[in-house]
Design a protein around this ligand. Structure first.
Ligand SMILES: Cc1cc2nc3c(=O)[nH]c(=O)nc-3n(C[C@H](O)[C@H](O)[C@H](O)COP(=O)(O)OP(=O)(O)OC[C@H]3O[C@@H](n4cnc5c(N)ncnc54)[C@H](O)[C@@H]3O)c2cc1C
Length: 291
């Protein structure tokens, strides 16, 4: 039977009455994160829209460069400070390459926030393991910061982050801050480089080797499809139930409001039903070639 996922009417598709409405945003800071990956801090110009703007960790904005196009980009900043919105972007195509040529002070347009967030409220009081491959950590940083703000509201929290090489690890200047907030940060790389003294191997090996915390954690995962499938397999082998394994899917997207069908994923639209899904609901579509 085709799995169905009821839409969540309590989540606004967008804060604007018109979901196509874009809003000017000024680039107030730019940070190089890793080769080809840059963070942009954006401030919404319209003070009324800025005052009403809020987002939940795991949601995304559509960033629009007039004359070039739009791209879906996760909101990576602290949800408690929605007046400054961080987007961490890999330059891979039309919009993201053009964004890489923008400077502090330039304006772009955005609309959002869109999508279903990470199920943090459902995991309140429990252990959480984030598993992020490469840029996947961008979709999880807002959740990590939200937990750091309310640390007592969760059990053990571990961030397992892997990259091909050490210089691909994201947000490396923040790991000590996260650790001081009581979040374990477990890093691994596929290929070591001079000076790297940490583990070499996949995030799945780190998850498999993680000391048992004594309670069944939620596993929140973002990365390439094969990685997410493998993480779900390891989680299952650790006895973590399917209801506790969640993935965020980054598919090519166009309208973000369920109108165009570009992000259709089996019976789902990633823009409306995701990007965060319970893994078992989408497992059979992971790895299916998409646009
Ligand atoms: C919910 C969500 C969150 C995301 N978060 C982030 C994030 O935080 N950071 C980030 O860097 N990226 C993120 N992405 C991915 C980002 O939206 C894409 O990389 C986007 O395509 C970049 O736009 P672009 O115009 O620069 O690239 P494009 O010009 O769209 O090219 C991107 C790549 O996709 C291919 N492609 C694009 N459209 C098509 C098509 N119709 N048919 C076939 N191939 C196609 C291109 O050939 C190219 O290889 C996210 C995506 C989603 C859905």
């Amino acid at each position: 039977m085709t799995p169905t996922l009821p839409r969540n009417p309590s989540l606004p598709t967008s804060l604007s009455a018109d979901p196509w409405q874009t809003h000017p945003a000024r680039i107030v800071a730019i940070r190089a994160e890793s080769p080809g990956v840059t963070s942009y801090d954006l401030e919404i110009r319209d003070s009324r829209f800025r005052a009403q703007y809020g987002f939940a960790p795991g949601q995304f904005n559509m960033l629009y460069l007039p004359g070039i196009g739009e791209a879906a980009i996760s909101i990576s900043s602290d949800p408690a400070q929605p007046d400054l919105l961080t987007h961490t972007v890999r330059a891979v195509g039309n919009v993201t390459d053009a964004l890489a040529r923008r400077a502090v002070g330039d304006e772009i347009l955005l609309r959002g926030p869109y999508g279903r967030p990470w199920p943090l409220e459902d995991h309140a009081g429990r252990d959480i393991i984030f598993v992020a491959g490469g840029l996947g950590l961008a979709s999880q940083r807002a959740a990590i910061l939200a937990i750091a703000n309310k640390r007592a509201g969760f059990g053990r929290v571990v961030v397992i982050h892997g990259a091909k090489q050490p210089d691909g690890l994201l947000y490396s200047s923040e790991y000590d801050v996260w650790r001081r907030a009581g979040i374990e940060v477990d890093l691994t790389v596929d290929v070591a480089a001079p000076g790297w003294t940490g583990p070499v191997g996949f995030v799945t090996a780190r998850l498999a080797d993680l000391a048992d915390g004594g309670s069944s954690p939620g596993v929140l995962c973002c990365g390439p499809d094969p990685m997410m499938a493998a993480v779900a397999g390891v989680a299952g082998a650790r006895g973590i139930g399917p209801e506790d394994v969640w993935v965020s899917l980054e598919r090519n997207m166009s309208c973000a409001v369920g109108q165009c069908g570009l992000c259709q994923f089996g019976p789902f639209f990633v823009c409306l039903d995701g990007p965060v899904f319970r893994h078992d609901r989408v497992a059979r579509y992971l790895g299916v070639a998409c646009l």
